[in-house]
Design a protein around this ligand. Structure first.
Ligand code: ATP
Length: 312
């Protein structure tokens, strides 16, 4: 069976600027893939091409085995696109807005009514049905945008920064909706700057930089790796002042003080050998540090992302 998304040697030039520089990757059916990159890395450009909204300069894209350039209408029937900016019509209510899109997608009569109801229930839009669509909060707007992308019940969803600008509660709500869609077996390709969030919900993560893939793998393997220089991180908590830890680290070979925390800090060492960790702890106690907690820390995705860029 073909992958839900298959991209081969994809390029997009804007004049001399190479926004997308030879991307090749696949996203299997029913999986969630996080698309990560710094500002200007080429995420939106790639997603717009996947969604038939822009032409590749070179290379091929298939959605469920169908070529996006040769058969855009077929591809559009299979995918839902949620852009990072929401295009809106001032005079429409939420219900009218969804109805407009359902009509544009060719739904008629009872079926149209059912599709709209289903989407409104799913995205919790029923209480907002008569509200003007340009007067919604950011969280409500994103739910409406997701609802619109779901009207034709697409198999593949391309979501460009859906959580951008949302408060923590709205982010949790959106994440919950995305999780339900993933459980229903939809393939989801999602970009975000909130890496920790993507790690939780994605089966794989695709990092790009300057239009090129710099890493494609699962979150777990990224988090267990070392940093670019082969280091490991430990969280150390003290009963006394946190500054004691940074003073101690300055005088200790092979230990680097990384960050201050409320009661201690984070240090980096070159080895994850338990003997080295035990020796570190022995030395801290011997040197008079009032240690109450000492444990190896998983790296976070932000660390992993920065390491990958440094390895470049
Ligand atoms: P962000 O996270 O800031 O949204 P991004 O990863 O989505 O960034 P893109 O919007 O894909 O990045 O832009 C990639 C590069 O292509 C940037 O240098 C951008 O300025 C350029 N670019 C994008 N669209 C156009 C366009 N229509 N014309 C010219 N250059 C463009």
């Amino acid at each position: 069976m073909s992958a839900a998304i298959s991209v081969k040697n994809l390029y997009r030039y804007f004049g001399k600027l190479k926004a997308v520089d030879g991307l090749s990757f696949e996203v299997p059916h029913g999986s969630v893939c996080g698309f990560i990159g710094a500002n200007g890395a080429g995420k939106t450009t790639t997603m717009r091409m996947l969604s038939t909204l822009d032409y590749p300069t070179m290379g091929s894209i298939e959605i469920c085995g169908i070529n996006v350039v040769n058969h855009p209408a077929k591809v559009r029937s299979l995918l839902g696109w949620m852009p990072d900016h929401f295009g809106n019509y001032d005079h429409m209510t939420v219900l009218e807005y969804l109805d407009f899109y359902a009509r544009a997608l060719g739904y008629k009569g009872k079926e149209r009514h059912m599709r709209i109801q289903e989407v409104m229930e799913f995205a919790d839009l029923i209480p907002l049905a008569d509200r003007r669509s340009n007067k919604l909060s950011k969280g409500m707007t994103q739910r409406l945008c997701l609802g619109r992308a779901l009207i034709h019940d697409p198999q593949v969803l391309i979501l460009d920064e859906p959580a951008a600008g949302l408060d923590p509660k709205a982010r949790v709500e959106l994440k919950h909706l995305i999780r339900i869609l993933a459980e229903e077996g939809k393939t989801i390709f999602i970009s975000s700057h909130i890496l920790s969030e993507l790690g939780e919900m994605c089966d794989s993560l695709l990092f790009i930089n300057d239009g090129r893939i710099v890493h494609h793998g699962d979150a777990e393997s990224l988090l267990q790796g070392t940093d670019a220089a082969g280091g490991f991180f430990y969280d150390v908590q003290l009963t006394g002042e946190a500054s004691k830890l940074s003073d101690w680290a300055v005088t200790s070979p092979y230990v680097e003080f990384i960050e201050d925390r409320k009661r201690g800090g984070r240090i980096r060492v070159d080895s994850d050998d338990p003997e080295v960790a035990a020796d570190l702890l022995r030395r801290m106690v011997k040197d008079g540090l009032p240690v109450i907690e000492f444990h190896k820390e998983q790296r976070n995705l932000e660390d992993a992302f920065i390491d990958i860029l440094e390895k470049q």
